[in-house]
Write a protein that binds this ligand. Structure first.
Ligand SMILES: NC(=O)c1ccc[n+]([C@@H]2O[C@H](COP(=O)([O-])OP(=O)(O)OC[C@H]3O[C@@H](n4cnc5c(N)ncnc54)[C@H](O)[C@@H]3O)[C@@H](O)[C@H]2O)c1
Length: 417
């Protein structure tokens, strides 16, 4: 009832999971509160998530709430095998995930998670929902709902809803303020840089560092690269975001121009073939390419393969492609999420809020069973506010409250200067 790499890694996994929990006070509070109150008693949940220490603490919290949880990986390279081992042997949570699994095994693991007959799906990228709707339609009638963790998954689900193909309600956890303002920006900002540094150990100061996509994740990556002393370039297709990047102090230009002068290029768009063959043909010798967007389609890797005459692996997460003219292009983590494949993913303190949203949205789904339409729903504002309050409390930060006079002023229109 599990498929993991090596059960003997469990002890190390437990130690790291407990370490992460210390940085997750909101999750800790929810877990403690569920000891008596069992809002998810008997609810079967299948989660297709990155198997990290923080996800382990999410699964423990769901279990503490009474849920029967199984997990599979949401990316073939993001699984932490020691965490998978700990989940299975210490916390009795079945896991189907092995770091480096083939695409075929990845989908077999999703099927195994669906064999659990979930009534709630918890996705990071919408592969579980997509597989369930395409190949396991017998499960649909029992479904209560689903939750979705990331931007790309929300985009896929909204497309499903638009086609009237979505057969149960899903909550866009990504779109909660307490998720994307912190996880996408500060989480990806720190962990993507961490992944690039762990993979290459190349100095960032003084280098030209291009960020492609200035959304929530791109803003964070650009900010942290600037902090390392890099000269940051931003490439965008949205005029507003391009303008924002320019006024935030970055150089903004088309990707073809950026490709000619970059030492590092990182994609974070959720889009396909953003770095394409024509860009690779003008890159400088030694340019490092990485992706922090959800799928490994942002860099056109088949094009890179076709341009190259040789490929070597000088370090664990680096592949060096030699092109016909002798120039070398370095690809990190096979073009998969560099922060999860070459580092440990987001710091626990931001996942604390993302996963508190997951837990509270699962309980909300159960409480509103049968009342929500089969579309993508926003996280209720009360949940977002509650998580922000709990996080502030845990950080010992106190804030002011509106006076009665101010409340009146802010809800009226008569009073001017
Ligand atoms: N690495 C992680 O841990 C992590 C965390 C959160 C989200 N994500 C993923 O990162 C991606 C981006 O998420 P986000 O929340 O920043 O999304 P977002 O929608 O806020 O930003 C994406 C930006 O990319 C731009 N873009 C799209 N196509 C482009 C192109 N061809 N060239 C230049 N710019 C282009 C868009 O205009 C937009 O501004 C998604 O795939 C998301 O799922 C990854």
């Amino acid at each position: 009832m599990s498929d993991i790499k090596d059960p003997s890694l469990a002890e190390q996994g437990v130690s790291r999971i407990e370490w992460a929990l210390k940085e997750m006070p909101v999750i800790q509070g929810l877990m403690q509160g569920f000891v008596n109150d069992q809002p998810l008693a008997g609810i079967r949940i299948s989660g297709c998530l990155h198997i990290t220490t923080e996800t382990a603490n999410l699964a423990r919290t769901l279990k503490a709430a009474g849920a029967e949880v199984v997990l599979c990986a949401s990316n073939p390279l993001s699984t932490q095998d020691d965490v998978a081992a700990a989940l299975v042997s210490k916390y009795q949570i079945p896991v189907y995930a092995v770091r480096g699994e083939s695409t075929e095994v990845y989908y077999q693991h999703i099927q195994a998670a669906l064999d659990h007959r979930p009534v709630i799906t918890m996705d990071d990228g919408a592969d579980l929902v997509s597989e369930l709707h395409q190949h396991r339609t017998e499960l649909i009638s029992d479904m209560i709902g689903g939750t979705e963790e990331t931007t790309t998954g929300v985009i896929r689900l909204r497309a499903m809803a638009k086609d009237k193909a979505l057969k149960y309600p899903v909550i866009a956890v990504n779109d909660a303020m307490t998720k994307h303002l912190f996880d996408n920006r500060y989480g990806t900002g720190q962990s993507a840089l961490d992944g690039i540094i762990r993979a290459t150990n190349i100095l960032l100061a003084g280098k030209t560092f291009t960020v492609v996509g200035y959304g929530w994740c791109g803003r964070g990556i650009a900010m942290r690269a600037k902090g390392h002393g890099s000269h940051v370039i931003v490439c965008e297709v949205d005029p507003l975001r391009a303008l924002e990047a320019s006024m935030d102090g970055y150089r903004v230009m088309p990707i073809m121009e950026a490709a000619r002068q970059s030492d590092f290029m990182i994609t974070v768009t959720g889009d396909k073939h953003v770095i394409d063959k024509a860009h690779m043909q003008v890159m400088q010798d030694g340019c490092v390419l990485a992706n922090a967007g959800h799928f490994n389609v942002e860099i056109n890797i088949p094009a890179l393969e076709s341009l190259s005459t040789a490929k070597t692996r000088p370090r664990a997460s680096v592949e060096e492609y030699t092109l016909g003219d002798g120039c070398v292009i370095r690809l990190l983590a096979e073009g998969r999420l560099v922060n999860l494949a070459a580092a440990e993913g987001h710091p626990s303190a931001v996942m604390d809020m993302s996963f508190a949203n997951q837990v509270l949205c699962a309980t909300y789904m159960v409480n509103t069973h049968g009342k929500l339409d089969n579309v993508v729903h926003n996280v209720p504002t009360e949940i977002d506010q509650e998580i922000a309050q709990l996080k502030l409390q845990a950080m010992h930060i106190h804030i002011d409250q509106l006076t009665n006079e101010q409340q009146g002023y802010l809800s009226s229109w008569q009073e001017g200067t």
